[in-house]
Design a protein around this ligand. Sequence first.
Ligand code: SF4
Length: 184
Amino acid sequence: MDPLKAPRPRLATVWLGGCSGCHMSFMDLDERLLDLLTRAELVYSPIMDVKRYPERVDIALVEGAIANQEHLEQIYRVREHTHTLVSFGDCAVSGNVTALRNPLGRAEPVLRRVYLENGDLGAQLPHAPGIVPPLLDRVVPIHAVVPVDVFLPGCPPSADLIYFVLAELLSGRKPDLAERLRFG
Ligand code: SF4
């Protein structure tokens, strides 16, 4: 049987409050992507044209922190429909760069700082209800909102590390990153 037609674990990648650098690192898997896609079916990702997170996802890599209302709604749906949720990159794991605005307090001072105190951007707060999701007052990592199964740190995690984690999960093992992470 054609291996691409046999049932494979369903893989998703999700982009929340991050810079997309973690997804760039995912793309750096290069030819190893082909190997992964013979072992898993990619069912949702910013690199695909699928609008709604599907049901029955086996593994999801979730990049970014929870920074606005849309992220919050998305992560609840992802958690509900995903067996193994991977917190993908430092923004997802700790808030990291996305959470740098937290010392400004609530969302409103952040918007004032960006739109009113920066002369280049004009002198109006953005007003697009229903189009631009409202910012949350505080940026939080994913595990502050829903349970996370695997933490994959790095800014961004290297392609080698991403491959290791996915290969282990696809082999039915929980990845042990203790010997593979370097801090400082
Ligand atoms: S962890 Fe780093 S590379 Fe990934 S989204 Fe955050 S800032 Fe970007």
